[in-house]
Ligand binder design. Structure first.
Ligand code: HAM
Length: 433
């Protein structure tokens, strides 16, 4: 039986086939995400993967509604797998914000589900880093979030040669629309046309726009001029003070498809334009008000960064480290009469936090050694006996990197191996491809 289309298995390193997904690579990515978010003072949260359908149909916009995995549960409730995290966050915040000091800086790494047409960079499930700031309307928060996005990508080894943040403003587009559109025409319909402009044939887009009273030439001229409005100027100045200005560019071609954005919006792309968006986000100052039916009103902003496009980009640049080793130490049992003493030693090492592997069954020494090198351990241990069967006098520690050996007393091995590993932890040996 095969897995569903658009869903992934994550295998331990090494993966059985080249194009499969690796759990170690995912763990590496999540680790970098968590560490970087920590440096910006963000706290982690999570919510349920299944929510009431209404949470998404009310607020996210038509595109996401068309992609929902939804059904009726056995209690007759209309439910949906979460296609994005923002409505869940807004729901959690609306009900509990009084317990938290503002601004709240929260992050999460949910698995999300969208019934999309499967294509490069688009699957039916993905993991998405969500970083959001709640309760701060000052533009410094927008800049902080964009700096965070840049630093997450830099922490993965990417540079200004690899990616760019395209920066835009819904306010600017709102003003543009209000000054040109026929009265009563639908603003969100206009935003959606702009969102799809790069993927729509010009004559089709021109027709759609003119139905709202807007000319395509006017739209194109506005995008081409790319004059930053006040809020974008403030973001650019803030990023400049951090030395991060080379990572962003004002680009009104970005407007974001989701319905709830209000102010500064942005998307991250690879510089070669080979992949889909790596991340996207912006301000959504009215969503919490909407979701709480007017009970809570808090400004908010955030971004989402998926693992699929990002991993494709990192792989293409050789920036995914080789999978972690399965153990630090392999204990060879070359003489079965030594097994009880070997088990005692293994137990002792594990209690010291050393990752130890060994053969569960009698095995020829050369096969055990092969297992040790497949597991990419740093050391093998071999029990030595000078005084007859079953009597262990010392332990041979072999360092696989340079094949050097030393023999130490049985009861000193644990501390010595621990010391060696502390001096050179196994992660230090993980190299990029
Ligand atoms: P989004 O633009 O829909 O925003 O998704 C953010 C990122 O998630 C995309 O740039 C892409 O990398 C990834 N992504 C989205 N859909 C898929 C898919 N089907 N397969 C693989 N990757 C995908 C949001 O979801 C907003 N809720 C983000 C946000 C957080 N805004 C404020 N806070």
């Amino acid at each position: 039986m095969d897995k569903l289309p658009g869903f992934r298995d994550f295998f331990p390193f090494p993966v059985p086939q080249k194009d499969q997904w690796e759990f170690d690579a995912r763990a590496y990515l999540f680790g970098v995400w968590r560490r970087t978010l920590g440096t910006y003072g963000f706290k982690e949260y999570d919510g349920p993967p299944l929510e009431g359908l209404e949470l998404f149909t009310k607020k996210s916009g038509d595109e996401i509604v068309g992609q929902l995995y939804n059904f009726e549960d056995k209690g007759g409730r209309k439910v949906a797998m979460r296609p994005e995290m923002t409505p869940t966050l807004a729901r959690m915040v609306a009900a509990n914000e009084r317990q938290y000091k503002k601004p709240m800086k929260w992050f999460s790494i949910p698995q999300l589900f969208r019934y999309e047409r499967q294509q490069k960079g688009r699957l039916r499930e993905h993991f998405q880093l969500n970083a959001d700031i709640i309760g701060e309307s000052e533009i410094g928060a927008d800049a902080e979030l964009i700096a965070l996005l840049i630093d997450v990508l830099r922490a993965l080894g990417l540079s200004a040669d690899d990616f760019v943040i395209r920066l835009s403003s819904r306010d600017a587009w709102q003003e543009f629309f209000a000054s040109r559109a026929t009265e009563g025409s639908d603003e969100y319909a206009f935003f959606q046309i702009i969102d799809k402009l790069e993927r729509t044939r010009p004559e089709v887009a021109a027709e759609q726009l003119s139905a709202l009273g807007v000319s395509i030439e006017d739209v194109q001229a506005f995008i081409e001029a790319g004059v930053p409005n006040g809020e974008l100027e403030a973001v650019l100045d803030n990023l400049k003070a951090r030395g991060l200005e080379s990572f962003v560019k004002v680009d009104y071609g970005i407007i974001r498809g989701l319905a709830y954005y209000t102010g500064v919006v942005f998307e991250a792309f690879d510089k070669q334009g080979e992949f889909r968006a790596i991340a996207g986000g912006g301000r959504y100052d009215r969503l919490i008000h909407l979701i709480s039916d007017g009970k809570t009103d808090l400004p908010a902003l955030g971004f989402g960064m998926g693992d699929v496009v990002l991993m494709e980009l990192l792989r293409s640049k050789g920036l995914v480290p080789e999978g972690a080793s399965a153990a630090d130490v392999y204990c060879l049992i070359e003489d079965e009469t030594h097994r009880p003493m070997a088990l005692k030693l293994i137990q002792n090492l594990r209690e010291l936090g050393v990752r130890v592997d060994y053969s569960l069954v009698p095995l020829k020494p050369n096969k055990q050694f092969k297992q040790a090198s497949d597991a990419r351990v740093q050391f093998t241990l071999g029990l030595q006996c000078d005084e007859g069967p079953g009597c262990v006098t010392g332990v041979r520690i072999k360092r696989l990197a340079d094949r050097s050996e030393e023999v130490v007393a049985y009861d000193q091995v644990g501390e010595l191996v621990r010391k060696y590993l502390d001096e050179c932890p196994s992660d230090a040996n993980r190299k990029t491809n």
